[in-house]
Write a protein that binds this ligand. Structure first.
Ligand code: IMP
Ligand code: MG
Length: 175
């Protein structure tokens, strides 16, 4: 492997931040008349969602949505495909969870589709946000860390389908 990387956020940085996010989200959820739905985006949010849901101290439904926006390349394809019908979320309050917001396109599109299908509140949460790119887009409601505008992987985020199982988040320094 000739690629080089360095740790951007360690496993302990991440667990501390995920705990704090869980507390913030619990406060939001406690104010709702009914338990919300945590809708997490596969595969990238798998590790984050698993940790986050256990830091949320109230009842909720947990559902995954398979969304594809990245292929084998590091650049977004700009086209999204979904694994479920958004109508099932009509009348629900949603916490939409992803690993990272880059251009903001993924969250914007899914939020729009949920609202068009009759969802009530849609709150967005990402572990990472690239604020340089997010500038024109709406910042997620709950963000773990701001990240530099470079490719990152680990803790669920893949690099060409690999490295999702790394316990920390790494930044690619050389391909
Ligand atoms: P956006 O639609 O441009 O905000 O891109 C968000 C999606 O692209 C996320 O769901 C990730 O799967 C993927 N993504 C964006 N940046 C990275 C990165 O640095 N590493 C891995 N995946 C990324
Ligand atoms: Mg993704």
């Amino acid at each position: 492997m000739c690629m080089q990387s360095q740790v951007l956020f360690s496993a302990s940085d991440i667990s501390g931040r995920v705990r704090a996010l869980g507390a913030e989200i619990s406060e939001w959820a406690r104010g709702l008349p009914e338990p919300p739905v945590m809708l997490w985006l596969a595969e990238g949010a798998v590790v984050f969602a698993a940790d986050l849901m256990r830091e949320i101290g109230c009842d909720m439904q947990v559902v995954s949505l398979k969304v594809s926006s990245y292929g084998a390349s590091l650049k977004s394809s700009g086209t999204l495909r979904y694994s479920r019908d958004f109508c099932e979320f009509a009348g629900k309050n949603i916490l939409l969870v992803d690993d990272i917001s880059d251009t903001g396109l993924t969250l914007r599109e899914i939020t729009g589709k949920l609202k068009d299908s009759g969802a009530l509140q849609v709150k967005t949460c990402t572990l990472l946000c690239k604020p340089g790119k997010c500038a024109g887009a709406r910042r997620p409601d709950f963000v773990g860390f701001d990240a530099p505008d470079s490719f990152v992987f680990g803790y669920g985020l893949d690099f060409s389908g690999r490295f999702r199982n790394l316990p920390d988040i790494r930044i690619l320094t050389k391909e």
